[in-house]
Write a protein that binds this ligand. Structure first.
Ligand SMILES: Cc1ncc(COP(=O)(O)O)c(C=O)c1O
Length: 357
């Protein structure tokens, strides 16, 4: 959270302004966030009260209708795939690249059918998915590519910051992301008319600028908009987010070098065009339980972060053979690399791992 002296006066002002709902501060936050992710115009950027809401709306405005298939990855936080179900879609699993946990374009191509309405890719842990190959596949199939960039604020692909590499790009602003508004989500839409559709759907299906009794709800909408309080937090956080991202990246690059060549440990490898945001630092290890215990004994927390989504009962109808997921999920583990990890901490982590487990 941004320094108290900076945040609290602005928060106090908005809380007692008489305008705590969605107002001009939300629009200002959308504009400033859009600048940060190099969106073409503020009209392309929508804020939401969560990343899950942003994804749900992205799927709806991408044209996903009940029964349509969405090709997606099981290696993600569950909301990625629950949003497909919220939209009435059917989850079709593509396999992942066991070198980094991201969706595998060859597998995506194999999973397309005439019922496929969208491809949903996740930048797992902040490593950009292979967006060039995925865009080509989506373009060839005439369907949109949706990028779940919840972990990837500030990541870059082909020299450009994450935000404009897919038809729809979602960011989560929940509690533990690079930029938090406590809860919130953003959607950058390539097409301005799609964004306008999303703006209506995020507020019950009504145009907020139209007179309330002159407006007709033609399509069911949702209570998904952001409010001025969260947007105020976001505006202040935005002034510090590059420092937060830079620290994640500095720690991540430190581990890229410090952990290279350790027997029994494999580093992630990624698309040459990708520059990760290092939201999490993932390694693949032999004898994972021993690795976890060794680090725990030295006061170092590790985590698996997410269950592979295909194992949840709610997705039972989508079960598939996923050898890449099997390989990755049996060996992967996340080690601390966020803004809270100091130079001493990261040296202690690397030294401990180098001793072996
Ligand atoms: C990859 C991924 N997708 C989607 C979400 C959902 O975002 P939110 O918690 O803001 O709804 C999250 C975070 O929780 C996430 O990590």
């Amino acid at each position: 959270m941004a320094p108290e002296a900076e945040l609290m006066p602005r928060l106090r002002n908005v809380l007692y302004s008489g305008q705590i709902g969605e107002g001009p501060i939300v629009a200002e936050f959308e504009a400033k966030f859009g600048e940060f992710v190099a969106a073409p115009d503020r009209a392309n950027v929508l804020s939401f009260n969560s990343g899950t809401a942003a994804l749900h709306i992205a799927l709806l405005i991408a044209g996903v209708k009940p029964g349509d298939e969405v090709v997606s990855t099981p290696m993600t936080a569950e909301p990625t795939n629950l949003a497909i179900v919220h939209a009435g879609g059917r989850v079709v699993w593509a396999d992942i690249d066991p070198a980094n946990g991201n969706i595998d374009p060859d597998s995506v191509r194999q999973k397309l059918t005439p019922r496929t309405r969208a491809i949903l890719a996740v930048d797992y842990g902040g490593i950009p998915a292979p967006l060039a190959a995925l865009s080509t596949i989506a373009g060839d199939a005439g369907i949109p590519l949706i990028e779940d960039a919840a972990h990837a604020l500030g990541a870059r692909y082909a020299g450009k910051v994450a935000g404009t590499h897919a038809d729809f790009v979602m960011f989560s602003l929940q509690a533990i992301k690079h930029l938090t508004t406590v809860d919130g989500g953003m959607l950058v839409c390539r097409d301005v008319s799609a964004a306008a559709h999303g703006r209506v759907l995020r507020w019950f299906g009504m145009d907020r600028n139209a007179p309330r009794i002159g407006v007709d709800i033609a399509e069911v909408g949702y209570k998904y908009h952001m409010n001025n309080v969260n947007a105020t937090i976001g505006l202040v956080q935005l002034q510090h987010v590059q420092d937060v991202i830079d620290r994640h990246v500095a720690n991540g690059r430190f581990f890229d070098h410090a952990l290279a060549g350790i027997p029994g440990l494999e580093l992630c490898r990624w698309d040459a065009a990708a520059e990760p945001s290092y939201w999490m630092y993932t390694v693949m290890v032999e004898r994972r339980e021993d690795f976890v215990n060794k680090l725990a004994g030295r006061g170092i927390a590790t985590s698996l972060a997410h269950q592979r989504n295909d194992l949840h009962s709610v997705f039972a109808a989508s079960r598939a053979e996923l050898p890449g997921v099997d390989r990755f999920f049996s060996r992967m583990i996340h080690i601390p690399c966020g803004w809270w990890v100091s130079d001493d901490d990261r040296a202690h982590i690397a030294d401990t791992i180098r001793e072996g487990w």
